[in-house]
Design a protein around this ligand. Structure first.
Ligand code: NAP
Length: 289
């Protein structure tokens, strides 16, 4: 039987409906949430991501500010902009779009953001709280979106074997912590580029979260029948189309024939990430009142 396809777009719309009520409550108290996005350079994919964040803000009535900085700007210009946004009481959320030019230290910039405005959830204080088991604050958007997607599908993760492929600061590592947290209770294996026997590891898993950045890496022979496979990957593959490329995930489309549930690319984790960013912006605004 073909897998159930988890519709990230639909779940994201439901999250937006919940957020509209909270935004209306803030408006009743004279507060309009405001998200500021700092973008450095002209990476086309980054500009596409920032535009979709701006569109989500517009749909919800969140004010958005965009600070464009040229790729050859001094590091100090990024720092001074983050400090200015930190000090502005009308700004509730700040994110610095990744990637930054190689010359700039992304972690140092993240740690300059006021933790209560850190809507990406990457500040050491917010990641530290997550490690301490406190999930009430600002969580990294993509892993939180995956958790919300699993919750929407009524997946009980307790005692399930989960393999997270990827250990990045922004996806794989926080994802693993969220899956293993008390109350969720999955048994988590973190796989990475030095892991061996990936097919065997994955074949034993009830849940696979692929966050690697390698097109179609997880193939159907890696997957246990009936398991849940969440595809975080977004890979641009060049083709002869007008755009010149199409998007693929880290999971091969054939996996749908074996798995019990899958998330599509596009239309899966991507819209969930944006919805969780909007959710963090509203949460940050509420925390600041
Ligand atoms: P990243 O920082 O490049 O991390 C990739 C991870 O994959 C690393 O931990 C790396 O291991 C591991 N890896 C690389 N090759 C591997 C292999 N052959 N076998 C097993 N593990 C391997 O990437 P990221 O930022 O986490 O993003 C991962 C993917 O998710 C990308 O496609 C990205 O575009 C996508 N993404 C999507 C969203 C969304 O909203 N849908 C959001 C963020 C990211 P090492 O640590 O050993 O190098």
């Amino acid at each position: 039987m073909a897998a159930i396809v988890l519709d990230g777009k639909q779940i994201a719309l439901e999250i937006e409906e919940e957020l509209k009520v909270r935004i209306a409550n803030l408006e009743d108290n004279g507060v309009t949430p405001c998200l500021a996005v700092v973008i450095v350079g002209d990476d086309p994919a980054s500009h596409v991501y920032v535009s979709s964040k701006e569109r989500a803000c517009a749909r919800l009535g969140i004010r958005s500010i965009r600070v464009d900085i040229s790729a050859d700007a001094e590091y100090g210009e990024v720092v001074s902009n983050v400090r200015r946004l930190n000090a502005d009481p009308a700004v509730n959320g700040i994110l610095v779009q990744s990637p930054l030019p190689n010359s700039m230290d992304e972690i140092a910039i993240t740690d300059l953001i006021d933790p209560v405005k850190d809507v990406d959830g990457f500040h050491a204080q917010n990641l530290g709280r997550l490690v301490q088991g406190d999930v009430s604050g600002l969580l990294p958007c993509t892993p939180a979106g995956v958790m919300r997607m699993l919750e929407s599908a009524d997946v009980d993760l307790s005692g399930k074997r989960a393999v997270v492929i990827g250990r990045s600061r922004i996806v794989g590592m926080p994802q693993s912590i969220l899956l293993a947290q008390k109350g969720v209770d999955a048994t988590v294996t973190i796989a990475h580029s030095r892991s061996v026997e990936m097919a065997t590891l994955c074949k034993e898993a009830d849940v696979i979260i692929a966050a690697v950045g390698i097109s179609n890496m997880v193939t159907s022979d890696w997957v246990k029948p009936g398991s849940i496979v969440i595809d975080v990957g977004v890979n641009r593959v060049n083709d002869d189309s007008e755009k010149g490329y199409h998007l693929t995930g880290d999971v091969h489309p054939d996996v749908r024939r074996i798995a019990g549930m899958v998330s599509p690319v596009p239309g899966g984790v991507g819209p969930m990430t944006i919805a969780m960013l909007m959710s963090n912006t509203v949460r940050a605004t509420e925390m600041q009142q």
